[in-house]
Design a protein around this ligand. Sequence first.
Ligand code: COA
Length: 155
Amino acid sequence: MSVVKSELEPAFRPMLDSDIASVMAIEEEVYSHGWTEGIFHDCLRVHYSCWVMLQDEQIIGYGVISVAAGEAHILNIAVTPSMQGRGYGRQCMNFLLETARHHGADTVFLEVRPSNHSAFRLYDSLGFNQVGVRYDYYPAGASGREDAIILALPL
Ligand SMILES: CC(C)(COP(=O)(O)OP(=O)(O)OC[C@H]1O[C@@H](n2cnc3c(N)ncnc32)[C@H](O)[C@@H]1OP(=O)(O)O)[C@@H](O)C(=O)NCCC(=O)NCCS
């Protein structure tokens, strides 16, 4: 049976320190060079806007943004692998964009690996445009380093 994307309505709530173990379990599954537990704790400590996305009370994804001086930066977004491809990533992005707007941002920035085709397509479909490149920014295992493409969306 195919999943009807519009029927999926995840809940969002602020991330707590006590969520970080669940968040890390996803982080370690979806990224080869992901964030450490300490980075999530630091994001909460400095009051970045950190959210968990829930379905049936289970954490299925999360997003972290910082907003200052009219600029928002989406620092992390992920959906647990078993729930990917069902519209949750798009809903999480829309939630983060709405949060950025609510905090007075007029532009949203993010960085993505050029090899991350699903994320790239998602951002492209939301209207993000390439505004720069950080050369050799990400570690990339045996192949060395990978660029970061900087994308921006005016709100
Ligand atoms: C990127 C990510 C958040 C997308 O979440 P998702 O729930 O799978 O995405 P959705 O089901 O909402 O799909 C949204 C769009 O992403 C793109 N997309 C998703 N899966 C894709 C795939 N396998 N191939 C190509 N495009 C894909 C499509 O444009 C899709 O829109 P469409 O269904 O209307 O065509 C998720 O893949 C993820 O957590 N990846 C690992 C972490 C990561 O890379 N984060 C981004 C770092 S910059």
